[in-house]
Ligand binder design. Structure first.
Ligand SMILES: [Zn+2]
Ligand SMILES: [Zn+2]
Length: 674
């Protein structure tokens, strides 16, 4: 007999060899039908190697036999052989979705081999968005082939073939796959299993795959799927090797989820900041100047100015002092700061001038440190909070740049706070308040907080345990005091101290890493920073690095996508569009309206072209201008305007005064509604 512990804490004694499906059936047949896969955790745990999330680890997880001792997913018909805690996973579980997706990869492989038997199979894992299978076939697959594969998959699903697990000796597996010319499977068996081991095979219908599983009980459980696209990849990432074809697909528990996923993808496409950036003439990236370098056009520039003005004003209001530091500084400085040693590969190479070598700055910290160090400091001067919208340059490999999101030159809204150890908690709390204000002001209601701490076993982290524990303790205390939920991520801190990352959630539910608050005792030590304490002795200040937009460029990219280019009134580059009904008869009135609105601080564009009224309205609508005012005889006679509001359409006529008052109110409140 073995013991099975269920999530409600109840324990069952069952015969060895009982399956999770048997357990589910004994609870209720309805439960058994709804369960996708099982998760087990041996009640007497054995040590297992930790895995990370990269591709090698995912291969290890798919083919290696090593993880048998720890918590793992198993097939519903896998015989249980030891005392375990058992969870029966249903369709609301993310892990169950991955099992469905990986099973869909088997279904796709089945279809491919039925249609194109000459194909050789590689690796076919689930991913966060679906699944793929790497395959080798000399002839490239066409769009029509993909459609045929998808249609055949539907037949495989309809046949509802059970996924059956079998084992055979590693030697037998190697012989069989070698005989079939399946060089990739041979590689995976050699790499992930040991001589003398048994390997596991999964069979559905006539298709057999080398795989550790688990899978759904049968192909019929793959209820909603789509073959998406194809991309080239070299076997093992080496261009001297065979060119593989990676076929992407996705799968969901039901057609409704699949449909929602495609709608989501369309939304993402429609909001692409690179497309909107061109359409709204906000920014460009130009081949002749280089990749990853941003040109802010007048309209984008206006939004940036508005963002920066808000940021500077709020910095000053919160006790920061604005500073400016050089873009290039002597190489010697980057050696003192440790950037050359620890960050060199992200920096541009040195430039040789007549007096010394110089390097472009990848970070603003050393600049602010030199300002601190230039004057003797006493405890009465602390905290010193220096803020700068600092341009930094970091080397990104060509081909990795992505619009405004991944660039080679950008502007950090950077600040460094130098304070006493006693002040640190208040300073961190101030940074978090400020970060919350940024997110709220720019229209992000939801955010997630992560606290990255060190790993005492990892040599890259400098400083003693008591320093780390003290710093992590301070950060935790601040978050707890403010009642902010957070996730602790061990081992993800910067090498010089723990950090808090704030990830905002956009309108499509996507998470973006932007704000960060970091603790640092390394740089103050490297630069011998000090202040005279109350005791008359010299002490070392603590330093906090913090950036809230993160990068102005990246934040702007996220804003464009979040608002789909329809910026709130206070950020919109053109706030009011004026459309005279007749371009000669009503132009004088339109010009007087423009002058009045501009005098009140609004950004106004008057369309004086000799075009039809509707064409002008359409143009402003395409440019996502918040208010469009139509001006004709009636309006001119009564000093009024006919208002069209973005998203709401025709709002009727109001006096110019009333419109102005309303617009100014919306502007002053920085409402994100319009
Ligand atoms: Zn599999
Ligand atoms: Zn810094």
């Amino acid at each position: 007999m073995i013991r099975i512990e269920l999530p409600d804490g109840s324990v069952r004694e069952v015969a060895q060899g009982t399956t999770p499906h048997d357990v589910a059936m004994s609870i209720s047949p309805r439960l058994a039908a709804a369960v996708v896969v099982a998760r087990i955790r041996p009640l007497t745990p054995k040590p297992v190697a930790a895995t990370t999330d990269d591709e090698a680890a995912s291969e290890q997880a798919m083919y290696g036999a090593a993880a048998a001792g720890g918590e793992r997913l198993v097939d519903l018909n896998a015989p249980l052989t030891e005392d375990v805690a058992l969870e029966l996973l249903k369709e609301n579980d993310a892990a169950a979705l991955k099992v469905v997706r990986h099973s869909a990869a088997h279904v796709m492989a089945t279809a491919i081999l039925e249609l194109f038997p000459e194909t050789k199979l590689g690796h076919g894992p689930a991913t966060d968005a679906g699944f793929f299978y790497d395959v080798y076939r000399e002839v490239p697959f066409t769009e029509a082939d993909l459609a045929a594969i998808e249609a055949r998959m539907a037949e495989v699903v309809k046949r509802d073939e059970p996924f059956l697990r079998a084992e055979e000796s590693r030697e037998q597996g190697l012989t069989d796959y070698a005989a079939q010319g399946d060089f990739m499977k041979v590689h995976f068996i050699e790499r992930f299993t040991q001589p003398g081991e048994m390997i596991s095979l999964y069979k559905n219908g006539s298709f057999t795959d080398f795989c550790r599983g688990p899978h759904v009980p049968s192909t019929g459980r793959v209820k909603a799927f789509k073959v998406m696209s194809i991309a080239g990849a070299y076997w093992l990432g080496d261009e001297k090797n065979q060119q593989l074809q990676r076929i992407y697909g996705t799968a969901f528990f039901n057609p409704k989820d699949l449909e929602a996923h495609f709608k989501h993808l369309e939304e993402i496409k429609a909001r692409d900041h690179r497309v909107l950036g061109k359409q709204l003439d906000l920014f460009s990236i130009q081949e002749v100047a280089g990749a990853g370098l941003i040109f802010w056009h007048p309209k984008g520039g206006l939004i940036r100015k508005t963002m920066e003005d808000w940021m500077r004003d709020d910095c000053i209001r919160r006790g920061y002092q604005m500073v400016y530091t050089p873009h290039i500084m002597r190489r010697e400085l980057w050696k003192i700061s440790g950037h050359e040693e620890n960050y060199g590969e992200n920096m541009y190479p040195p430039m040789e001038l007549d007096d010394a070598e110089y390097r472009l700055k990848p970070m603003n910290c050393p600049g602010h440190i030199l300002i601190y160090k230039n004057t003797p400091r006493s405890y009465r001067d602390l905290p010193q909070r220096y803020a700068e919208l600092g341009n930094v340059y970091r080397y990104e490999r060509s081909g990795t740049m992505h619009g405004l999101l991944r660039v080679r030159g950008f502007t950090q809204d950077d600040a460094h706070i130098f304070c006493t150890p006693q002040q640190i908690e208040d300073e961190i709390a101030g940074c978090i308040d400020f970060a919350e204000a940024v997110l709220k002001t720019f229209g992000f209601a939801e955010f997630k907080v992560e606290l990255s701490t060190w790993d005492p076993a990892d040599k890259k982290f400098i400083g003693r345990a008591e320093k780390w524990d003290g710093a992590v303790g301070s950060l935790t205390k601040v978050l707890d005091r403010k009642g902010i939920p957070y996730r602790i991520i061990p081992g993800e801190a910067a090498f010089y101290g723990p950090k808090i990352d704030i990830k905002l959630v956009d309108v499509l539910g996507r998470m973006w890493q932007l704000s960060t608050v970091q603790f640092d005792w390394n740089l103050p030590a490297r630069f011998d920073l000090e202040y005279k304490g109350e005791d008359g002795e010299m002490h070392q200040p603590v330093m906090v690095h913090r950036a809230l937009f993160g990068s102005v460029e990246r934040f702007f990219g996220v804003l464009i996508e979040h608002y789909a280019g329809a910026f709130p009134l206070w950020l919109a580059p053109v706030q009011v569009g004026l459309v005279p009904i007749s371009s000669d008869k009503h132009l004088d009135y339109a010009r007087s309206v423009k002058a009045k609105l501009e005098a009140a601080g609004l950004r106004v564009e008057l369309d004086e072209r000799n075009e039809k009224m509707n064409a002008k309205i359409r143009e402003f609508t395409l440019q996502k201008v918040p208010f469009v005012l139509i001006l004709g005889d009636k309006e001119a006679a009564t000093e009024s305007v006919s208002v069209r509001t973005r998203g709401l359409g025709d709002q009727g006529s109001v006096t110019l005064e009333a419109f102005l008052e309303r617009a100014q109110q919306t502007l002053a409140s920085r409402s994100v509604e319009l």
